[in-house]
Write a protein that binds this ligand. Structure first.
Ligand SMILES: Nc1nc2c(ncn2[C@@H]2O[C@H](COP(=O)(O)OP(=O)(O)OP(=O)(O)O)[C@@H](O)[C@H]2O)c(=O)[nH]1
Ligand SMILES: [Mg+2]
Length: 443
């Protein structure tokens, strides 16, 4: 972690306009460094693979000079239809049923600039379901250089919240009032006015635009000389002219800096996120390692019973676990150092858990006297104790490593106490026993 944070230079966003190219280069270099930082162990990198994939994608995008425009909004507001209207072909699937777009999809917009503009379709955000799809839509729109946030009437509170989040994250947003063919001219003007009022302070009025991506056909009623009426449907063309014009102007004026701005924002957000993600990833990998050793130790003890009092002393054999945990936090421990750490840990545990251990001697005594299934049960009980001891030991070591090989202000005794307090001992032992029994039966 230290190395990532050391190498990671937070880009200075406010100076962006002064020198976007430098900013872009810097952001790109930061991303590369992060990707190539070999001090992050493979297992931790694997946990962060989604982030790394995103960084790769952002980096590739910067190199190719692409500008991304994403459609974003509630299900069924016409996101896919609007992108089709801009492309002038049916590139994205649309449907009157909600939830048609389930994944990210993209198409180059050849008619604009040099073909480096990419339109990105996203699943709808929805208050009720599709949490995963919604998270995807949010992620895409925060990565896009321009977000077209679509609505089809006045904003719901949910939509307003989503818009506010995008604007607060300094994203370039155009609010598109789609399906405006459903309103009379007067209604449309009133709606636009209402949107302008609500979005005052978030968006300038010229970023709020009416459009009709896929207008319903017009009903034309003809009356012939005899006074008979005939009704015909006249198809209507999409109306995205104003949106195109504004987008064009935006890309022309700022397109150059948009990608750089976005990269800088992406990089600075990552700056905050990566540190916490790495801590979380390390913790998660460490927990998996501890569990692996808990299972191993639990089974070993269940199969080769040792006197219960030896269980803590047997922590000496946890050297491999400690060394392994050290690697996750970027430390290479010698066996000697690992043994020394284990000695400190077991001293705390003996002091704090001595009484509990004593009580369980009874279980151990039972074991030698029983036979058959009950032997398996008591062996499992003993294995479960070993499991628990390994769990506590592992967490102690993890805590020491996560503080940079230190117990911090609390010292080892308080750390042990806090860890013991945080674990529901009985349920750990019970589920460990069940796990061990299952494994014993499986043999
Ligand atoms: N009247 C009218 N209907 C429209 C307009 N744009 C889209 N629609 C209709 O709205 C419905 C939904 O359109 P989609 O483009 O699939 O909407 P979406 O936002 O992509 O929907 P999901 O992918 O399900 O989130 C379709 O039946 C479209 O024909 C418009 O401008 N006017
Ligand atoms: Mg769609």
């Amino acid at each position: 972690m230290q190395s990532v944070l050391r190498n990671w230079r937070s880009p200075a966003i406010p100076t962006l306009k002064a020198n976007p190219e430098r900013q872009l280069l810097e952001a790109n270099r930061n991303l590369r460094e992060l990707i190539e930082d070999t001090s992050i162990p493979a297992a931790v990198r694997a946990e962060l693979s989604a982030e790394f994939a995103e960084i790769e994608a952002m980096s590739t995008k910067l190199r190719s000079g692409e500008v991304h425009i994403a459609a974003f909004g509630r299900v069924g507001v016409g996101k896919s239809s609007l992108l089709n209207a801009l492309l002038q072909r049916q590139a994205f699937s649309t449907s009157p049923l909600h939830g048609e777009t389930r994944d990210e999809d993209r198409e180059p917009w050849q008619s604009l600039r040099d073909g480096h503009v990419v339109l990105i379709d996203t699943p709808g955000i929805d208050e009720l379901d599709g949490a995963e799809r919604e998270a995807l839509a949010h992620r895409i729109s925060r990565r896009a250089d321009v977000t077209l946030m679509l609505c089809e009437g006045d904003l719901t509170d949910f939509e307003f919240q989503a818009l506010r989040e995008l604007c607060a994250a300094q994203r370039t947003v155009l609010l598109v009032l789609n399906k405006s063919d459903r309103y009379t001219r007067g209604e449309r003007e009133a709606l636009l006015q209402r949107l302008e009022e609500r979005c005052a302070g978030l968006l300038p009025p010229d970023r709020i635009i009416a459009a009709s991506a896929a207008p319903r056909p017009e009903t034309v009623i003809r009356v012939d000389e005899q006074g008979r009426e005939t009704e015909t449907q006249r198809p209507r063309s999409p109306d995205t002219a104003l949106l195109k014009e504004r987008l064009w102007a935006l890309l022309d004026k700022e397109g150059h800096t948009l990608a750089a701005l976005n990269a800088a924002l992406f990089a600075s957000e990552l700056d905050e996120q990566v540190a916490t993600r790495i801590v979380a990833a390390r913790k998660s990998v460490a927990e998996k390692i501890i569990r692996k050793y808990c299972v191993g130790k639990g089974l070993l003890v269940a199969l080769n019973p040792v006197p219960v009092t030896d269980l803590l002393a047997a922590a000496g054999s946890d050297i491999a676990m400690v060394i392994h945990l050290g690697e996750v936090y970027g430390f290479t421990l010698s066996r000697r150092e690992a043994a020394k750490l284990l000695l400190t840990i077991s001293a705390q545990l003996v002091a704090l858990m001595g009484a509990y251990w004593g009580m369980n001697l009874v279980t151990s005594a039972l074991k030698t006297a029983s036979a058959g299934l009950s032997t398996a049960l008591t062996a499992a009980a003993q294995g479960a104790l070993a499991w628990y001891a390994t769990d506590v030991t592992g967490r102690m070591a993890q805590s020491w490593f996560s503080r940079g090989k230190s117990w911090g202000n609390a010292g080892p005794r308080e750390t042990a106490r806090a860890i013991l307090d945080s674990i529901d001992r009985d349920s750990v032992i019970q589920s460990a026993r069940e796990d061990i029994l299952k494994r014993l039966k499986g043999r």
